[in-house]
Design a protein. Structure first.
Length: 312
């Protein structure tokens, strides 16, 4: 596979995952604010912006949320990330099935034709659901209609790398410097914890493993180490490693190379670590994020931006 094709498929997948994550966080924020007093809105909005690593000079809550959803100039908005995903897909149109291209175009046209003021005043929840479902449909169509070849595995790597980093940002903002075990929690903090779980569609899955009496330590344990939940960190790294092993077998690259040692080491740590092993959650999360960034850089060096001499 050409390196430019792999690069476009990888970033197409990352941008779509980012748009879906942003839409869900905004939707959860709007729902949570219906339950909490107005004085908590500024704090939650700040957490939302930090989770998405977005900076804005705007001050009013409604203006900021409109900007995050509809602004076509800021690269982190929903509209911009979907446009970037479509542009990457357009560059490798021949690699996609017709169904994939049609679904991505539908999602692109949805956000491009959206009337921000009308949607925000009438039904923002419905619009954000459409964005999320559009991304989910694209993922399902991709799995059902595309050959599970090198291109499909680059899409998988992009999706789960973006998902892992988004989860780590969320945990870092919401749980750093907070005790992992509490006896009694306030109503406001309970809704905050539930909102964090819903931000990664994890509330129902969490309740099936633990119970609705949410606890910080159990939430962190579930989102970091659960091997079955598709948005946990461990599941993301496990899935990335499967795709990396496929690429290794197809291209003849050794699994003893730096890329595979780094990914395998991270997977091994997540397989054996426990919540009791974490002394400082912030340091633990930052260490994992740095490892994922290194995997990204090494993936590029190995498969995308390698010197021509290596290919020869």
């Amino acid at each position: 596979m050409l390196s430019r094709v792999a690069d476009s498929l990888y970033w197409m997948s990352r941008y779509l995952e980012r748009a879906e994550h942003t839409a869900r966080l905004i939707d959860v924020h709007l729902n949570i604010m219906l339950e909490l007093a107005d004085e908590h809105e500024a704090e939650r909005l700040n957490h939302l912006l930090q989770s998405l690593t977005i900076e804005t000079p705007l001050e009013k809550s409604e203006e900021i949320l409109l900007f995050m959803a509809f602004d076509t100039d800021h690269p982190a908005s929903i509209a911009s990330t979907i446009a970037s995903a479509r542009e990457n897909a357009r560059q490798v149109r021949e690699q996609l099935s017709s169904e994939m291209w049609m679904q991505l175009n539908k999602l692109y046209l949805l956000v491009q034709k959206a009337d921000a003021d009308t949607i925000w005043s009438v039904a923002p929840h419905d619009y954000l659901i459409q964005v999320r479902e559009g991304s989910h449909l694209f993922q399902g169509v991709t799995d059902a209609t595309m050959n599970h070849n090198q291109g499909w595995h680059f899409i998988q790597i992009g999706r789960y790398m973006e998902r892992a980093l988004s989860l780590l940002n969320l945990l870092d903002i919401h749980f750093t410097d907070i005790p992992l075990v509490e006896n009694d929690i306030s109503t406001e903090y309970y809704f905050d914890l539930v909102g964090t779980l819903k931000s990664v569609t994890a509330f129902e899955a969490y309740c099936k493993v633990y119970n609705p009496n949410v606890r910080t330590g159990e939430i962190i344990e579930f989102l970091l180490f659960n091997r079955e939940f598709p948005r946990s960190l461990r599941f993301c790294i496990d899935t990335m490693l499967v795709s990396l092993h496929f690429l290794s077998d197809v291209t003849g690259r050794s699994r003893n190379s730096r890329l595979y040692r780094m990914a395998g080491r991270l997977q091994s740590n997540l397989s054996f670590d426990e919540i009791g092993d974490i002394d400082d959650l912030g340091d633990y999360i930052n260490n994992i994020k740095q490892q994922i960034y290194q995997i990204h850089d090494t993936l590029y060096d190995t498969y995308i931006s390698y010197p021509i001499e290596t290919a020869l």
